[in-house]
Design a binder for this molecule. Structure first.
Ligand SMILES: [Zn+2]
Ligand SMILES: [Zn+2]
Length: 300
């Protein structure tokens, strides 16, 4: 972690205009992955993991790889590092016990029935890793390059998020779409045709890779996630994004990147070059009751 990224202040304090939103504020940590050469001792996206030399590397055992790529791939596929986060860099993480490091890997193939890459999540205590695996196995094939992140350092930044518009009650949605409410509060809502888009695009959910916060719905309506072990509602852990900005959300571009964003929205907006199901996001959820309960994920 050697850089700083600063999200500009939101153009309006939405919880002042709509006090019902105040209790729904959630902290999130934007990761801002940027090109670099992280070491196993750094938080990273697509970087080398602090992986114990004496611990087996995770492989995806699913049999459907053969159907997708039967000529050049048979058998289990070595999983690929997606993100490694030290709690010292992302205090928002809530690790179990003595753990202070989160590692997430995925299989670089989309799997049926929902065509997403299976993920594996590991918590560990960095101090317990004395011998680091020097040459982790690499997959013999991948679905496409967007499932092998380019190595990036991260610049964690804590922000506040509010629920995606689709997560709100109908009554509140209607208020957000009522121009007179914004005017009464003295807020310049420049989304002439649909005032709620000001909330959606600029005031609620940050784009890009992040820990915590609120999920970025839009591909589907919100779908609540419940723990398979205990039934409680699960909470967002990590958003893996296929880009950090596009034309709809330029207001979230950090000050430090605004010269880059002026160049466009292609590669510069997506340093890890990750493409989840060709342009969507992968959202990982965990059980708030126990880290031993299985995580889940979905494409958005
Ligand atoms: Zn697989
Ligand atoms: Zn649970």
């Amino acid at each position: 972690m050697n850089d700083i990224r600063t999200t500009p202040p939101r153009p309006a304090d939405v919880a002042t205009v709509f006090p019902q939103l105040a209790p729904l504020a959630r902290p999130a940590t934007r990761l801002h992955p940027r090109p670099g050469s992280p070491s196993p001792h750094d938080s990273s996206v697509g970087g080398p993991l602090l992986w114990p030399a004496d611990e087996p590397w995770p492989y995806c055992e699913d049999e459907s790889h053969g159907a997708l790529a039967d000529e050049w791939n048979e058998g289990p596929v070595a999983m690929v590092p997606v993100v490694q986060l030290y709690v010292r860099d992302v205090p928002l993480l809530r690790p179990p016990g003595q753990a202070d490091l989160l590692q997430v890997l995925w299989c670089p193939f989309e799997h049926e029935p929902d065509y997403k890459p299976p993920t594996a999540l590991f918590w560990r205590s960095a101090a317990e890793v004395t011998d680091i695996l020097a040459a982790p196995p690499e997959p013999s094939a991948v679905e496409y390059d967007g499932y092998v992140p380019e190595p990036c350092v991260v610049a964690p930044e804590q922000i506040t998020e509010y629920p995606n518009y689709l997560d709100l009650r109908r009554e509140l949605q209607q208020q957000l779409d009522d121009r007179s409410r914004w005017q009464a509060a003295g807020v310049d809502n420049h989304y002439a045709l649909a005032p709620h888009e000001f909330y959606w695009c600029e005031l609620s959910v940050a784009p890009g890779w992040k820990v915590g916060g609120w999920p970025p719905w839009g591909l589907t309506d919100p779908v609540a996630r419940f723990c398979a072990a205990c039934g409680v509602g699960m909470v967002p852990l990590l958003t893996v994004a296929s880009g950090e900005w596009d034309s709809s959300n330029h207001g979230w571009v950090p000050y430090e990147d605004q010269h880059l964003a002026a160049l466009g929205t292609g590669d510069v907006a997506n340093p890890p070059a990750v493409q989840v199901s060709r342009g969507n996001h992968l959202q990982l959820y965990v059980c708030p009751e126990s880290p031993d309960h299985p995580h889940t994920d979905l494409i958005q």
